[in-house]
Write a protein of this length. Structure first.
Length: 115
């Protein structure tokens, strides 16, 4: 099993569960949903989600994703991108993902042993 992660707004995820499909903010604007490997999660969160609350971390089985998944170069690293909506049954777990008191994101405790 190959696992990837996506940072989502909780309201968007709630809507996706009812539709059985998650679109993500960038699918319409950039043509894909941004995802990360585990080592990239906190780096991405601390760069792109500073000051945001109400976030979730979607733990995704990439082998169950019905849309195409491509690993593409960005900022000197390869990030997974989902080209098309994410079928919600590919999501293994949904974890709360909030910054600490210092404003920085860290991996949820459940993932710290996985890293």
């Amino acid at each position: 099993m190959s696992v990837i992660f996506h940072i989502a707004k909780s309201q968007q995820w709630e809507e996706a569960k009812h539709l059985q499909s998650y679109r993500g903010d960038t699918l319409d604007s950039e043509g894909f949903i941004h995802c990360s490997t585990l080592p990239q999660v906190t780096r991405s969160a601390n760069k792109f989600f500073v000051g945001q609350t109400g976030l979730l971390l979607l733990w995704i089985d990439s082998e169950k994703v019905q849309a195409e998944v491509k690993y593409e170069s960005a900022a000197g690293d390869f990030y997974p991108h989902i080209y098309g909506p994410l079928n919600v049954d590919a999501v293994l777990k949904v974890l709360e993902f909030e910054a600490g008191a210092d404003g920085k994101f860290e991996l949820p405790e459940e993932l710290r042993d996985v890293a």
